[in-house]
Design a protein. Structure first.
Length: 570
């Protein structure tokens, strides 16, 4: 749970000196300004600003770097570690840590995929260890993949590192085989996982034995979806006591995380019909169910984009909604961010749908910010993804080849609405400006295939949406001016304002329509709105209008805000 937040400013006085804390403050603006002042006044060669968020549960600070500016740090000379520091894993239990299992999953990815098992299962099942050892070169290649980069990083001879890991693997294998053959891993015949957890409550290797029991229960199960279903069944048998219950759920959470980390496993669990965007939306729905449900009630379109969870995925999501498996929820959220910052398209064959799913993900992850992820991490991920949305390939796919100019401009306004970050906003604005300033855009709007009222209203809507896109002032002014100019040409061609002013209608009614046009309702601000304002002023001064208002004073009440907003009267 996120707690108090403050900002720290660090500086290096010289290129060789280290970072020194200059100030800690609760004001982000003050921290940023101090960093800029240190550089501009030449009191430092480089500065760094970090955001520090206190986790009230662990009482540790989570640090996020907001700014690094100035001279880069000098490269540090490589230090050779001694023998005690040589290897990341020194004993068999070290192979069971999350980082070690993740590394095992990478170096044995092909073998694990062929056998449809996870590193957790491999480390707890004697039959899998014997099968891997019998494969010969596969295990040897995996050791080399680990030993070579570690040798380069530590300076130790590569053969010594290889021999170390070979000995470590032998010790870990013997340990698993000993437990497996000696009945150390209990089975579920006639007992539940809860019964086993109660017996293991005070055992010295209870986590290892519980992992073996879970892996043994999964041994006859085939398929990732079936394995997750079995894990949810095992979770239902967890005891109510805190200690034994944690022992069961920790093993299940680790196994579940590894199943969902496998690309084929994720596709099988969530459904093969989902593309990457659908998978990420489903993961967010599992990790942040409360936020998704609340937003779906407020915005029905969100519920249409977020795919429903079915089968074991829904059961897992229900448990996470109850506050269980918090590490899994955080891991899934960070995986979503990694995919968003990656190159893969969310909807490869549907550019408009990609914007929809990205908007849904942005809303839900922002709503959940502070619980699983920081707001800065979320904003950075979507800023990176936005850069891909304004690339030429994506925009061409998004617009299509034969899109009418007005529909093209509306689509580009929607793109401006849904990208984030100054760079992406600027690029999206350039696409929109190029569209609305093109000659074909003006020509298409001047064609009388659609009524002048509808054409002016469409331009007014584009202009209003552009102003809400939070573009920089220069881009916004250029686009709105172009839309206003085209609106002026369309209105002048049809002499719309003049005809409206001369129409055989009550003066107060005509005045209301003209005032709305002058305020940008029904036509874009610009020449057309100015002409409507001039006609409204002339009509307001006309004797017949004043007589109509005097005869019905209440009619002026609805028009007064428009009149005052345009500065036509007090």
């Amino acid at each position: 749970m996120a707690g108090p937040v403050h900002f720290e400013v660090f500086a290096r006085r010289t290129a060789q000196s280290g970072w020194a804390l200059q100030q800690a403050t609760e004001s982000r603006e003050q921290a940023m300004q101090l960093a800029e002042d240190l550089l501009s006044d030449k009191r430092a060669v480089s500065v760094r600003v970090t955001k520090e968020t206190l986790d009230v549960e662990t009482m540790e600070f989570m640090s996020v770097t907001l700014l690094t500016k100035g001279a880069p740090e000098a490269a540090k000379p490589k230090q050779v570690r001694d023998d005690r520091q040589m290897n990341a894993c020194a004993a068999p239990p070290d192979l069971y840590t999350p980082l070690a299992r993740e590394l095992i999953g990478r170096v044995l990815e092909d073998w694990l995929a062929r056998n449809r098992v996870t590193p957790f299962e491999l480390l707890h099942r004697p039959d899998l260890i014997e099968k891997l050892e019998a494969s010969g070169v596969e295990l040897q290649h995996a050791v080399q993949k680990v030993a070579v980069p570690e040798s380069q990083a530590s300076g130790q001879p590569v053969h010594e590192v290889i021999r170390h890991y070979q000995r470590l693997i032998e010790q870990a294998s013997d340990r698993v085989l000993k437990f497996g053959r000696g009945g150390g891993f209990p089975d579920l015949n006639g007992q539940t996982l809860g019964d086993i957890a109660r017996r293991l409550a005070d055992a010295p290797e209870r986590a290892f034995v519980m992992g073996g029991a879970v892996a043994k229960a999964l041994a006859p199960v085939r398929g990732w979806r079936a394995k997750l279903e079995t894990l949810m069944d095992l979770a239902d048998t967890a005891p109510g006591e805190a200690g034994p219950s944690a022992l069961v759920h920790v093993a299940i959470e680790q196994m579940t995380l590894e199943i969902l980390s496998v690309r084929e496993g994720l596709a099988e669990v969530l459904g093969p019909s989902l593309d990457l965007g659908g998978q990420l939306a489903a993961l967010v729905r599992m990790a942040s169910p409360a936020e998704v449900d609340a937003l779906a009630k407020a915005d029905p379109t969100l519920a249409e984009v977020m795919p429903p969870l079915e089968g074991p995925a829904r059961r897992l999501g229900a448990r996470m909604a109850q506050g269980q498996y918090k590490l899994l929820a955080a891991s899934l959220s960070r995986r979503v961010l990694r995919e968003l910052m990656g190159p893969r398209r969310l909807r490869p064959h549907d550019a408009a749908g990609e914007i929809d799913i990205l908007r849904a993900l942005a809303m839900t992850l922002t709503a959940a910010a502070g619980r699983l992820l920081t707001l800065e991490e979320t904003q950075l991920a979507f800023a990176e993804r936005s850069k891909a949305l304004v690339g030429a390939d994506f925009v061409e796919s998004y617009l299509g080849r034969e899109a009418p100019p007005l529909m093209e401009a509306a689509a580009l306004v929607r793109l401006c609405e849904n990208v984030t970050g100054a760079s992406a906003k600027r690029s999206a604005a350039r696409w929109l400006a190029a569209s609305v300033t093109a000659l074909k855009f003006e020509r298409s709007l001047r064609e009388p295939s659609v009524g002048v009222t509808q054409r002016l209203a469409s331009l007014a809507e584009l202009q209003a949406r552009t102003r809400a896109c939070e573009l920089n002032d220069k881009d916004e002014a250029e686009i709105c001016e172009a839309l206003g100019r085209v609106g002026g040409v369309v209105e002048a061609d049809a002499r719309f304002t003049l005809q409206l002013a001369r129409a055989p209608a009550p003066p107060v009614q005509k005045l209301g329509v003209l005032l709305k046009l002058a305020a940008g309702e029904g036509c874009p601000l610009g020449p057309a709105a100015e002409r409507a304002k001039a006609e409204a002023l002339r009509l307001l001064k006309a004797p017949e209008t004043r007589q109509a208002i005097a005869a019905d004073p209440q009619s002026l009440g609805a028009l007064r805000p428009l009149i005052q907003g345009l500065g036509l009267a007090a």
